[in-house]
Design a protein around this ligand. Structure first.
Ligand code: ACO
Length: 173
């Protein structure tokens, strides 16, 4: 589970593995998903970080953190812009589901901005459903205003995937 080696179309090789040492290269990705270094540092300590390498190049990162005995949260997921829209986040989300199932979690949570349309599309496509809203989360927790898709980001939407309701092929990694 800690290593996921695969071939894409028989040629392109990718690997997902847990990382212990966070490098500057990892930081660049982490801050794409969450511009608050303070918040990221906090969940890096208690969470588990996974990197995605495509043909040995770092392409994406994901941080998983236990919320409670039955709940796992994806605290951070980010793909290098050069590798976007190639299905890498989809693979990482499937990996998170496999990890959650293996470790007996029942639900996987993910929080994202209410203005993050691509993310909301992807997460709902992968089986996440909106659970609740953290109103003014981004206004209260971030030093600077965040604008996305032409809107001021204020609220966080928390989405939950119930593992018993997910399609079986989401566990294939
Ligand atoms: N609106 C809606 N859907 C879109 C848009 C858009 N503007 N652009 C692309 N898409 C679709 C793609 O067509 C694709 O769908 P499809 O598979 O049905 O064709 C899907 O969105 C993208 O799927 P992937 O390729 O698996 O995703 P990708 O590898 O590009 O990663 C991610 C998505 C993680 C959101 C990446 O864009 C990224 O790192 N963004 C910046 C950081 C970020 O916002 N991270 C998430 C924050 S929330 C958190 O970390 C908990």
């Amino acid at each position: 589970m800690s290593n996921d080696h695969n071939q894409i179309k028989g040629k392109k090789h990718f690997e997902i593995k847990q990382v212990e040492k966070i490098t500057d290269e990892h930081w660049k990705l982490l801050l794409l998903a969450d511009p608050s270094k303070d918040l990221v540092e906090r969940y890096l300590q208690s969470g588990k970080t996974f990197e995605f390498r495509k043909n040995t190049k770092l392409a994406a990162i994901m941080v998983l953190k236990e919320v409670s005995q039955f709940k796992l949260e994806i605290k951070n997921i980010a793909v290098d812009p050069a590798f976007e829209n190639q299905g890498i986040a989809t693979r990482l989300l499937k990996y998170a589901f496999c990890y959650a199932k293996k470790h007996q979690y029942q639900q996987v949570l993910i929080g994202t901005g209410s203005t993050s349309f691509k993310q909301l599309y992807l997460y709902q496509k992968m089986g996440f459903r909106i659970s609740h809203v953290k109103r003014d989360f981004f206004v209260k927790n971030y030093k600077y205003p965040i604008h996305e898709n032409g809107l001021l980001l204020r609220d966080m939407l928390v989405l939950v995937a119930d593992l018993t309701e997910l399609k079986n092929d989401y566990y294939k990694g």
